[in-house]
Ligand binder design. Structure first.
Ligand SMILES: [Zn+2]
Length: 361
């Protein structure tokens, strides 16, 4: 009887300590979620600038998972009709063009010495996306580098077609992510030949623009996050004709594995890796004077809204275009140090919360 009571006490105590752990976990996560939430909107929100509020980013990254971390296994090899993804390219700076789809960021950094394309989207869209460069008098044959931020289908499957079409262009990825490409279960015809292996801090300089790549594991084992320096804006509606610096955090949502390759043994290791990489990249960005955020998934930094606004301000996207009357004097929607700081605080707060929610795992 005594033994029974003792073991019952043990069970009750264990259950009690588990409840306390869960309580502590939830409290720790809440502190981080609250910090992230406080950064969603600017101090002085304006109806004219709805793109300043990062609600989509917060909602996606700060949601507590209801299921254990698992590999995503959906097969995206079927061709998606053009009307579902096509959107017009946009000149954001004189030397930075959006050439992506309705949801995915694909960017072209241009100079008289050549073009750097960042990410390639899918096999069915990439060749048409780079033809968007012709809109701005840029020749896709001048592409020198194709930097792929990470080894996921929506980032690299298009690289194979571009590699075949434009043999002068070097396809660049980290060693860890080239290894993922070699091992994953993607159809072989979508896999680019292993080409340029990017090292941490490697610079790609063409004329007056430089893209520096940092290896920031998290979303994949060798995700590249990029700093783009030397962006100019002749066409500004405000008086910000200085040079700008953009940051691209290479992969946003927590990802333990995809396309048949598991990157981390458990969710806690996965989130610890995200947090450590992000802290380092925020530091790098601060030192570089980042004042522009470009997100690979357009909704995360309200890219669509910003581009819509920018197109209204600059109807023909050409140098010297008259600003739209209603937007005259408004700032460039992509330039804001406050937005950069808030975007970073949301990401970091949400990643820390994700780590806290996995404390017992
Ligand atoms: Zn991804």
């Amino acid at each position: 009887m005594t033994r029974f009571l003792l073991s019952l006490c043990g069970v009750v105590l264990a259950a009690g300590s588990l409840a306390m752990d869960l309580h502590a976990q939830a409290a720790a996560a809440k502190v981080h979620v609250d910090a992230a939430r406080a950064a969603v909107a600017p101090r002085a929100a304006s109806k004219l600038r709805p793109y300043e509020t990062f609600k989509a980013l917060f909602d996606q990254v700060c949601t507590q998972p209801t299921l254990p971390d698992a590999m995503r296994t959906n097969d995206r090899s079927a061709v998606v009709p053009r009307k579902e993804w096509f959107t017009w390219p946009v000149e954001i700076f004189d030397n930075l063009h959006f050439i992506g789809t309705k949801t995915a960021g694909v960017w072209a950094v241009s100079s008289p010495d050549g073009i750097i394309v960042i990410d390639t989207n899918f096999h069915y869209s990439s060749k048409e996306l780079v033809l968007g460069l012709l809109n701005f008098g840029l020749d896709p044959n001048d592409i020198r580098y194709i930097i792929v931020t990470h080894a996921h289908d929506d980032r690299y499957w298009g690289a194979k077609g571009l590699q075949d079409e434009y043999p002068k262009a070097r396809v660049a990825m980290s060693a860890a992510d080239w290894d993922v490409v070699a091992r994953d279960n993607s159809p072989a015809q979508f896999k680019p030949r292993r080409d340029l292996v990017v090292t941490d801090g490697q610079k790609f300089t063409l004329g007056s623009v430089t893209v520096t790549a940092y290896i920031t594991p998290g979303h994949t084992p060798g995700t590249l996050s990029l700093i783009v320096e030397g962006l100019t804006n002749r066409n500004s509606v405000a008086s910000d004709n200085e040079r700008h610096v953009a940051a691209i955090w290479g992969g946003t949502d927590p990802s333990i594995g995809r396309q048949g390759v598991q990157y981390y043994p458990d969710g806690r290791t996965m989130m610890r890796t995200h947090v450590d990489s992000l802290k380092r990249f925020i530091d790098v960005g601060t030192k570089a004077g980042v004042d522009v955020v470009l997100s690979p998934t357009l909704s995360h930094a309200n890219m669509v809204e910003k581009m819509r606004y920018w197109r209204m301000a600059n109807p023909d996207h050409s140098a010297g275009a008259e600003a739209g009357e209603m937007l005259k004097g408004e700032p460039h929607p992509f330039v804001s140090r406050d937005a950069v700081a808030r975007y970073n605080r949301i990401l970091l707060g949400c990643y820390e919360a994700q780590l806290a929610w996995r404390a017992g795992s």
